[in-house]
Write a protein that binds this ligand. Sequence first.
Ligand code: F6P
Length: 595
Amino acid sequence: MTDYGSDFLWILILASLGLSALAVFFSISRRHRDNTPVVHSAGEDVASEAARKVLREIEKNGQSVDAALVTWSPETLRKILHEDLPEAQVIVVSNREPYIHNVKGDGVELVVPASGLVSALEPITRACSGTWIAYGGGTADRQMVDEDDRVQVPPGNPSYALRRVWLTEEEYQGYYLGFANEGLWPLCHIAFTRPIFRASDWEAYEAVNRKFADTVVAEARNERPIVLVQDYHFALLPRMIRERLPEAIVITFWHIPWPNSEVFSICPWRERILDGLLGSSIIGFHTQFHANNFTESVDRFLESRIERADAAISYGGQTTLVHAYPISIEWPAELLAKLPDVDASRTSLRERFGLKADVKLCVGVERLDYTKGILDRFQALEELFIRYPEWVGKLVLLQIAAPSRGTLPAYKQLHDECHRYAEELNQRYGSKGYKPVVMVAEHHSQEQVYEIYRAADICMVTSLHDGMNLVAKEFVAARDDEQGVLMLSTFAGASRELLEALIVNPYDPAMMSEALLQALTMTPEEQRQRMRPMREMVRDNNVYRWAGSMLLDAARLRKRSELDRVTAVTERSANPNVDNVVSMVERRRMAAGLR
Ligand code: F6P
């Protein structure tokens, strides 16, 4: 580049940064002035198109700077797809399907599963009119599909196709229950449950990943779809897709933590897992910490080149970006408009559970999983009653625990221990008409869950380890009255964002009981002061931003690869002996430190 060119670029960069700083300053002062939604006009208001292009190339914490200046909505996603990724087909792959059809009596019942992944991706797939490929595990799933195993969803207002994949009992046992949930799940979570690795489970895992790869190829309308691969069930799938659709953009999101490289080394198939994942164009984690752990694992076990400044790994002739994209929820949550307000929710829930008006209601909502710290929450309650007996009779913990992976021994044991401990507490501290712990081990719909959030005084999220934890964000979204206290584990990814929550260590019952007391006695004004910024955080960093940031990065990759292709063709025609010289593309890559 000439001196004149580089001066011009610097002027552009400085001007852009100046404008961005101004925009951020005005945005912050506005956030402090009032609580009305901030309407940014997609960056164009504050930066010229040229500056915007420069801004796109400057990344901060794995995200384009301009991503921070946009108001994220389904419309923004559609715009990105239309303008930055024209004609791209979006295919989502997950194990859990967003809609399950089950036989009920003589009819069919529709269930939306208790899954953070589903609640995050469903609004995205709707906005993109994509195709969602998932395991058809419902007892009536086969009845509901067409001859191509597809069903249009959401029911009543269809906007995308759900393509179901069928698994045999052995495949389900080995791939889902075995390798994914007895192997990878405990490996990736620090919850002190020993991972179990069986060769037969690994074989099933590989076979099922291949089955899903076949389905992706069958569903792809052209050679260049955008495939959003979800979670630890599909570590091998990105490579399998890359081999068959080399021009696809594969964005893999790992929804659970990634362990440090020493823990990861326990897995007998560690190299295969890393190789499989590095078939992705982009790999996303909730936090930078887990992205770093992944990069360390690659560094330790594969011959690769790590470009830390670019957050990129070059391996086997391909580059993969490794970034943090904190997942979130829909904002505003569509279903909130249909729900009764906070007062009505309080009244109906209190009637349902027979709670007196002066009793404080603390809630916990999750799958019955040993990573969620349910027993630790019970222990905190017991500790509070020991330290502050005046609260006996004045506090109830409503624990909603959706049944999950219930055939596995670790989950059966947890189920029994939770019921036993709840019973013990009720015997010790209960009295006529009063039970301190109400445990409901049943599936609840999103509407029911939001009603519970609205009725609560306190929401306890005490995970021993959690990638993000969307319950924390849902609770905040549900509280449009700006009341209610969130107790949040420091080991959940959400604690990096919801800074005004009462942050707790679930391993420390004394500290948790003190935090519980603080929550019980917090003034409405302090609750508001804490809740308001958390609501702003979730509003500005909603799930559309999560998906949009990944799509913008994908668009950037696609443009870069198109440019590389064009340059390579031009060079080849200008110099047929191009193989004997270092190509322009290669030189540019080297200069950018990509190889
Ligand atoms: O937390 C990881 C995750 O895949 C979530 O995305 C989801 O909420 C949960 O596990 C679902 O578990 P399962 O599909 O096994 O019930």
